[in-house]
Ligand binder design. Structure first.
Ligand code: ZN
Length: 144
């Protein structure tokens, strides 16, 4: 599985610049017990704000789900916005690694090869977006 990566070299030292992307890739997250029944799609942009790289995008995919009522497997569409920040700290001041830079837990890190890994961002967001109780389309139709 190739990672969903964006090379951010062109904007790394250009405050205010952004890169737009429109990516699609199949993926699965076995460690989270999460299987996708459609490719991951993400469209958006990443911008150098001077403080961080701000990633904004819209993700859509389908997850393989088991209905909480009839226990049948079904494909559950998932579509949501993501907004995450990547720390610029380490890239700008690599030699001051343990000096004054505070590592915010909420920030993702830029990889050593000047890329950002969207897959991990998407993975974390999918987990929070999945409804607690998954019901197949059949059940939700009956409820209405
Ligand atoms: Zn059901």
């Amino acid at each position: 599985m190739a990672p969903l990566k964006i090379d951010i070299t062109p904007i790394l030292n250009e405050i205010g610049e952004n890169i737009e992307f429109d990516l699609e890739q199949s993926a699965s997250f076995p460690e989270d017990d999460l299987d996708l029944s459609a490719p991951l799609k993400i469209k958006g942009s990443v911008m150098n704000t001077g403080q961080t790289l701000l990633l904004k995008g819209r993700v859509s995919t389908k997850i393989k789900a088991v209905c909480g009522r009839c226990l049948e497997e079904f494909s559950c569409p998932l579509e949501f916005d993501v907004e995450e920040e990547f720390s610029l700290g380490k890239m700008i001041y690599p030699e001051e690694k343990d000096a004054e830079i505070e590592e915010d837990d909420l920030l993702f890190e830029i990889d050593k090869d000047n890329t950002i890994d969207l897959l991990e961002v998407i993975r974390q967001n999918i987990i929070t977006e999945i409804p607690i109780k998954l019901l197949c389309p059949k059940e939700t139709k009956e409820e209405k």
